[in-house]
Ligand binder design. Sequence first.
Ligand code: ZN
Length: 211
Amino acid sequence: MRRTALTWALAAATTASLALLSAPEAHATTLYVRTNTALRTSATATAAAVQTVTPGARLRSTGVTRSGYTKVRWHGTTVWVRSKFAKAGFGSRSLNRLQSHGKVAVLKVRHAFPRIKRIGGWRSWSNYSSDHRSGRAVDFMVPSWSRAKGKKLGNAVARYMIKNRKKLHVHYVIWRQRIWTTADRKWRHMPNRGSANANHMNHVHVSFSNG
Ligand SMILES: [Zn+2]
């Protein structure tokens, strides 16, 4: 009896594993939209557009590609998106290892602030918090940060994060030795950590909630 039950259980487990392997979900990957682009009813530019998606939008790939398009799930159906405009990879380990909220924010900032070119995400070390190590934090490096135009740009990125804090799941923002948290909702001065980088003079740090 025990043997029969065990055999049955093993058989069931094997069947379940096979089902999992062959299910489309096994290949499902999150794709991140890079530019404004249409979701179409078939894999051609002349097919009807059912929706336009914007940078940072997330799509679930079915793993099926055709003629430069990828088939994605969309509200209980499937549609097609240009493969080069909806990709999983971010081109660096630091960004690839970010959690989803950070990845979305990277694409939003790249789109809204094209002057922000250098962006760091995950890294194995941090003196002050686990946010970078957990893939929950992004550093937006500000060009010309010591000059008026750099300050203006960093201010704009920080303001953008605060304004869109709910949509982007922002936990806190650090910029120019000040921290703004969603709990406080105001800027607070931070102690001097000894360098322009450690004091966040040259970059806007944003931590996101998990997810
Ligand atoms: Zn940081």
